[in-house]
Design a binder for this molecule. Structure first.
Ligand code: NAI
Ligand code: MG
Length: 350
């Protein structure tokens, strides 16, 4: 096999800080496991607008095609808010071009996180669910779409095959978990949601060991904070998944720790933390890199099947977190201090 190629997109705000941290940690770990990952950093988002006038260049798309995986931090910031093209448009363009149709966002409350959760311990504990968010269709992509001072239009549209591939993915994922799938929709109002229900009912008989239920998105939003243990796999549309996954992240205590993985049918997968570019804390060396590091761990496990390097990183991070934590988790560690401790821990373990 050729040397694995990872396109790294640091992006904007805290993005470059947490990406530098993650690369340093992978580099320390690969010295232990003797694997060689080849990183190709590229400009993406606001920094690409500054350099090339557009958030997503053809050169980047060509590079992505040559990659085995794409690791992305975050893009955006107030600087570009009033530009004609925004960094976030690059993000949608990248997801569409890569056809990463399923975005997986785990919400798992560990014993340590129970203390940080804004929920009562008895509600928070044992929470462990996965949101499977449809990522390349729905209202973020639907046409017509236009803006005028008197009326603005967005369109929510789903084709049957777009729904069936993500529902199938959710059933297959549930087979490796607690065998329960919840489709979250708004079928009492939306036509697209009715099609989601019909398709889920149609596919369900192929997975008789999986239990299937349906929740309206408003009720699901409530249940995520009232009884999060009831969920195993939540599968939902682009918009609902975006909103519910931030809510789910909040119950773990910090948005800074949660990774995501976006699956493509035949190209490289995309790995990114779920938070944004956090312009409010950019440049202060207090960003939490855990969500970015965990995204890299998912990449090592799922794209490269490299459990050894993933383990080295996870073990070292757990050991460091037992001593002190990044600032958003209530600890004292700056981004660079946390990173340095993990690298030192990796070297000591080896
Ligand atoms: P955000 O996730 O960047 O920040 C929300 C809050 O969480 C802020 O107080 C921030 O300081 C904190 N936070 C986020 N990540 C953190 C980390 N790793 N460590 C410590 N604290 C952290 O969301 P916000 O403020 O709504 O958006 C900021 C910019 O990011 C906007 O331009 C938005 O469009 C963009 N964005 C980009 C995303 C991406 O690149 N995938 C996703 C979400 C937002
Ligand atoms: Mg979001």
């Amino acid at each position: 096999m050729h040397e694995p190629i990872i396109t790294v997109l640091g992006g904007d705000g805290i993005g470059p800080e947490i990406m530098a941290a993650t690369r340093q940690i992978i580099q320390a770990a690969q010295q232990v496991t003797q694997v060689n990952y080849h990183f190709v950093p590229m400009a993406f988002g606001g920094c690409s607008i500054d350099q090339f006038g557009e958030p997503l260049t053809d050169a980047l798309l060509a590079q992505v095609k040559r990659s085995d995986a794409v690791l992305l931090a975050a893009v955006g910031g107030p600087k570009w808010d009033h530009y004609d093209v925004r960094p976030e448009a690059g993000l949608l363009g990248l997801r569409a071009a890569m056809q990463v149709y399923a975005n997986l966002r785990p919400t798992k409350i560990t014993a340590a996180a129970v203390k940080r959760s804004p929920l009562k311990a008895e509600i928070a504990q044992n929470t462990n669910f996965m949101i499977v968010r449809e990522l390349t269709s729905g209202i973020y992509f639907g046409k017509p779409r236009h803006y005028a001072a008197t009326q603005a239009v967005d369109t929510m549209a789903y084709a049957r095959n777009e729904i069936s591939r993500i529902i199938t993915y959710a059933f297959q994922l549930a087979q490796q978990r607690d065998r329960h799938v919840t489709v979250v929709d708004k079928a009492n109002v939306l036509a697209t949601s009715k099609l989601w229900r019909d398709v889920a009912e149609e596919i369900h008989p192929q997975y008789p060991e999986i239990t299937l239920d349906f929740e309206y998105v408003d009720a699901a939003a409530m249940k995520i904070v009232k009884s999060p243990q009831q969920f195993d796999v939540i599968v939902t549309s682009n918009l609902f998944g975006d909103i519910l996954s931030d809510e789910a992240a909040a119950i773990t205590g910090s948005i800074g720790t949660i990774p995501s993985e976006s699956i493509s049918e035949n190209g490289p997968n995309l790995y990114e933390p779920i938070h944004g570019s956090a312009p409010d804390i950019a440049g202060q060396n207090i960003a939490d890199p855990i969500g970015m590091i965990n995204s890299a761990v998912l990449m090592l496990q799922h794209t490269f099947n490299d459990q050894a390097t993933a383990n080295v990183i996870e073990r070292a991070m757990v050991a460091v977190l037992q001593q002190d934590q990044p600032v958003d988790l209530g600890g004292q560690l700056s981004t660079t201090a946390f990173t340095q401790r993990i690298c030192t821990q990796i070297q000591q373990n080896s």
